[in-house]
Design a protein around this ligand. Structure first.
Ligand SMILES: Cc1cc2nc3c(=O)[nH]c(=O)nc-3n(C[C@H](O)[C@H](O)[C@H](O)COP(=O)(O)O)c2cc1C
Length: 320
C-alpha cells in the first residue's frame, strides 16, 4: 500500500486520487439561470442523492483549480437559489462534455452545447430535453470548504419535482439498460453503467447468519472466494444433517444422464456450468471428491442456487 496525508501532496495530486478512488461517480447535468436571465448548463460528478424524505441531492461546483475563481453555476445558484439537475445517458455524453467547456458567463450554454432547453414547471432554470430523468430543485444550503483552487462548495438541494420518461421502467423500477447512465472515473475514463450490471442479493430486512456462523470447514476451504463466503453469510439459516443426507441421496438416485463417466463427466459438466451433474459425477469418483464437490458448490453459487450450495458444501465437510 501507498500511504498519503493530503498535507504532503499537491492539490492536483489529491484531486487525482479522489477522482480515481471515489468512482464511478454519477454525473449531475445542472442547469441554472443568471440574474440577467442567461441560461447555463454544466456537468458535475461530485454528486449524489442523500435522502428521500424530503428528497435531497447535492453536488459541488468547486472553485476553479487554476485560479480559485467561482464557477458560473455557483454564482447563479447563490443569486437565484434554483437549479434543475438531470442525469447523463450514453446517447448525450459528448454534448455534456462540450457543456463543461469554459464559456464566459454571457454565453447561453444550451446554444454552445447543442442541448435542448425546455421549460420547467416550478423553477426558472430550463430542463434538458435529452435527459430522461430531470429534477427541479431549490437550493437549501451552500457549504463552502476553503477558498483555494479546487476547494469544495457543496450545493445541497431539495427536489421539488421529478420528470421521468415512462419507458425507463421495468416492473416498477428504473431498468439500468433502459436509462443507460454514464459515470465519471479517473482522468478521461467514463463508465457505461449498463455494461457492468449484475444482481446481488440484498441483506436488507433479512436475518443473515453472518460470516462468523459459516462452518469452519467452509470458511477455511481453499476453494471458496471472499464473494462465495459473502453469499453463505447472507443466508438466513443452515440446512441440518438429515436435510443434507436426503439431498445427497436424491442426487445419487436421480436419473441424471451423464454422457461420459468419471473425471471426463465431471469436467464436461464443469464446462457447461451444470452443478447438478457436476455433483453427481463427483460423487462417483473417489479421487479429489471433496474438492470436486466444492467446485460444484461454486458453480451453484454463481447461479444463486444457495440451497444446493449449502447442502453440497456441508456434505463436502463430512468427507474425510
Ligand atoms: C463529467 C464531468 C464532471 C465534472 N464534475 C465537476 C465537479 O464535480 N465539480 C466541478 O467544479 N467541476 C466539474 N466539472 C467541470 C465543470 O463542468 C466545468 O468547470 C464547467 O465549465 C463549469 O461551468 P460553469 O462555470 O458554467 O458553472 C466536470 C466536468 C465534466 C466533463
Amino acid at each position: 500500500m501507498l500511504h498519503y496525508e493530503p498535507k504532503d501532496l499537491s492539490v492536483p495530486e489529491v484531486h487525482r486520487l479522489l477522482l480515481g478512488g471515489v468512482a464511478p461517480r454519477p454525473i449531475a447535468l445542472v442547469s441554472t439561470i443568471s440574474k440577467d436571465g442567461i441560461n447555463n448548463v454544466s456537468p458535475f460528478s461530485f454528486f449524489n442523492a442523500f435522502g428521500a424524505n424530503p428528497p435531497i441531492v447535492a453536488f459541488s461546483p468547486s472553485r476553479r483549480g487554476r485560479d480559485a475563481t467561482l464557477k458560473d453555476t455557483y454564482n447563479n445558484l447563490i443569486a437565484t437559489k434554483e437549479c434543475v439537475i438531470q442525469v447523463v445517458t450514453h446517447s448525450m455524453v459528448e454534448m455534456v462534455s462540450l457543456a463543461s467547456a469554459e464559456f464566459p458567463p454571457e454565453y447561453d450554454e444550451f446554444t454552445k452545447s447543442g442541448l435542448t432547453p425546455i421549460d420547467s414547471d416550478l423553477v426558472k432554470p430550463k430542463r434538458v430535453k435529452e435527459s430522461p430523468f430531470q429534477m427541479e430543485c431549490k437550493l437549501l444550503e451552500m457549504k463552502s470548504f476553503g477558498e483555494g483552487g479546487a476547494s469544495a462548495n457543496l450545493a445541497i438541494c431539495e427536489v421539488l419535482k421529478f420528470h421521468v420518461a415512462e419507458d425507463l421502467f421495468l416492473n416498477g423500477i428504473i431498468d439500468p439498460a433502459k436509462i443507460d447512465l454514464v459515470a465519471r472515473m479517473s482522468g478521461s475514463f467514463y463508465s457505461r453503467a449498463a455494461d457492468g450490471v449484475f444482481i446481488l442479493e440484498q441483506p436488507v430486512g433479512k436475518k443473515c447468519i453472518g460470516y462468523d456462523q459459516i462452518p469452519k470447514h467452509i470458511r477455511e476451504s481453499e476453494t471458496y472466494s471472499a464473494n462465495d463466503l459473502g453469499k453463505f453469510g447472507n443466508s438466513e439459516s443452515i440446512p441440518n444433517e438429515s436435510e443434507v443426507q436426503e439431498f445427497i441421496n436424491k442426487i445419487k438416485e436421480e436419473k441424471l444422464e451423464l454422457f461420459e463417466s468419471g473425471l471426463a463427466a465431471f469436467l464436461r459438466y464443469q464446462r457447461l456450468n451444470d452443478n447438478n451433474r457436476m455433483l453427481k459425477a463427483a460423487l462417483e469418483i473417489d479421487e479429489n471428491q471433496k474438492r470436486n464437490i466444492e467446485l460444484s458448490v461454486k458453480c451453484a453459487l454463481q447461479t444463486h442456487d444457495l440451497d444446493f450450495a449449502w447442502k453440497a458444501a456441508l456434505y463436502a465437510g463430512m468427507i474425510k
